[in-house]
Design a protein around this ligand. Structure first.
Ligand code: UTP
Length: 290
């Protein structure tokens, strides 16, 4: 089992980041000096992915422009001797083979993933949510692919979250297999506390077998009246082996303001260009606040 394809659902309305996301897709908001979605594509490529399908919508065509060549800009930069900037602009367009398909109605994450059926064909594939970014030594998707390939099974990325958080995510019923690897017995979407299976939540990364498409075809509308990916996964884990990896790394939800600000600070601190400067800036601010 080899995972070569990835799907990035990015057709959500981004209502938690308004007004910024009224006209700018949340996936294009800059984190330090790159748009959020570029970090996700870089994680996929570093995990061995070659072909990427972005699920987009009619308000997000700026995303396909970003991953295209821009000869006028590149030529001007080269003429001005700004060769590094020109190379960086070109690099973003050459990261992977990127394809697009539109989700014509915003009808949930499961509905968005189902748009990938023809692109995926008969292979296992990765799903990376367009607003979840990871900071880790080994790319988080690579950690999932290793387990998916070892067990020939769909694999979801999980981490322990608080009681307050689990009600917003999907909770996993599992049995331990080995260090950081579990077998998934059941999942439920946004459980109330009395219905949670555990505090392990699925966080933004999946490797799925094509069996998920048949499962999604048999998934009725769930939370918000939308087709939820977790409901499809519930069906899938009852039909096929499914694994979970308690992945190493920190996950940021850039789709809400606090998560976006946390990511901005942490990624700036980790960036050699601005890290020392922002560390000093934060120290000075903190001293004034004390
Ligand atoms: P979110 O719930 O985080 O995104 O969906 P959203 O719908 O944009 O958020 P808010 O609540 O309005 O701020 C998780 C992922 O699923 C995608 C989103 O783009 C995000 O990557 N998604 C969600 C779709 O592609 N289509 C949908 O119909 C819903």
């Amino acid at each position: 089992m080899k995972v070569r394809k990835a799907v990035i659902p990015a057709a959500g309305l981004g209502t938690r980041m308004l007004p910024a996301t009224k006209t700018v897709p949340k996936e294009l908001l800059p984190l330090v000096d790159k748009p959020v979605i570029q970090y996700i594509i870089e994680e996929a490529v570093a995990s061995g992915i070659e072909d990427i399908l972005i699920i987009t919508n009619r308000a997000k065509s700026a995303m396909d422009d970003y991953f295209d060549y821009y000869p006028e800009l590149e030529n001007r930069l080269i003429k001005d001797g700004k060769l590094e900037e020109a190379a960086e602009v070109r690099r973003s367009a050459d990261l992977a083979n990127i394809f697009y398909v539109r989700q014509k109605e915003t009808n949930g994450l499961g509905h968005a993933v189902y748009r990938a059926k023809r692109f995926v064909g008969d292979e296992p594939f990765a799903v990376l949510l367009g607003d979840d970014i990871m900071m880790s030594k080994t790319p988080v998707l690579r950690q999932l692919i290793d387990t998916a390939e070892e067990y020939h099974a769909s694999t979801v990325g999980v981490q322990l979250v608080s009681d307050k958080a689990i009600t917003k995510y999907s909770s996993v019923l599992f049995e331990n297999v080995k260090d950081r690897v579990m077998r998934v017995l059941d999942v439920n979407e946004k459980p109330t506390l009395d219905k949670k299976f555990s505090n392990y939540a699925i966080l933004g990364r999946y490797v799925l077998t094509p069996g998920v498409f048949d499962a999604l075809e048999h998934t009725p509308p769930g939370h918000n009246g939308e087709i939820q990916l977790t409901d499809g996964l519930q069906l899938l884990c009852h039909r096929e082996n499914m694994m979970a990896v308690d992945f190493e790394g920190k996950r940021y939800d850039t789709g809400n303001l606090k998560g976006f600000l946390e990511a901005t600070v942490d990624f700036a601190l980790a960036d050699p260009k601005v890290g020392p400067w922002i560390a000093d800036f934060i120290k000075q601010k903190a001293e004034k606040l004390n």
